[in-house]
Write a protein that binds this ligand. Structure first.
Ligand SMILES: [Zn+2]
Length: 129
């Protein structure tokens, strides 16, 4: 007794393999690109969070205790809670990839994902500053 036709099995197997391959590519590309999160308050960098630390924590910045950030073990970060009226920052959800940003405009807080190694930029900032 056969539940599947041979072609069905091939298609199912194919989808499975493609899914597995995509998952592997995502996992690999994420782990090969270490990222950190930067938190800006009134366009000033106030906190830098290593996304690869493997810790799960909720925290806030000293400048505004009403805005709570959440860092997860797998290196995602988001605005967990905020006292702002629009809640756009909270609704942005989890960030994990370099280049993603979330902002709380009423509180003037920006959360940014950047590559972990930006030594060249830091040196440049020091010369300018
Ligand atoms: Zn907000």
């Amino acid at each position: 007794m056969k539940f599947f036709k041979k072609t069905d099995l091939i298609i199912i197997f194919g989808i499975f393999i493609v899914g597995l391959a995509l998952w592997a590519i995502f996992t690999f590309s994420n782990s090969s690109k270490p990222a950190k999160a930067e938190i800006y308050y009134k366009s000033e960098l106030v906190a830098t969070i290593d996304l690869n630390s493997g810790v799960d924590k909720e925290f806030s910045i000293p400048q505004n205790k009403n805005v709570i950030f959440h860092l997860t073990k797998d290196g995602h970060i988001c605005f967990e809670k905020s006292d702002c009226p629009d809640k756009i920052c909270v609704r942005t959800g989890m960030l994990k990839n370099v280049g993603e940003t979330a902002a709380c405009l009423p509180n003037e807080i920006i959360l940014k994902i950047v590559p972990l190694t930006t030594r060249g930029d830091d040196e440049l900032d020091m010369i300018v500053g």
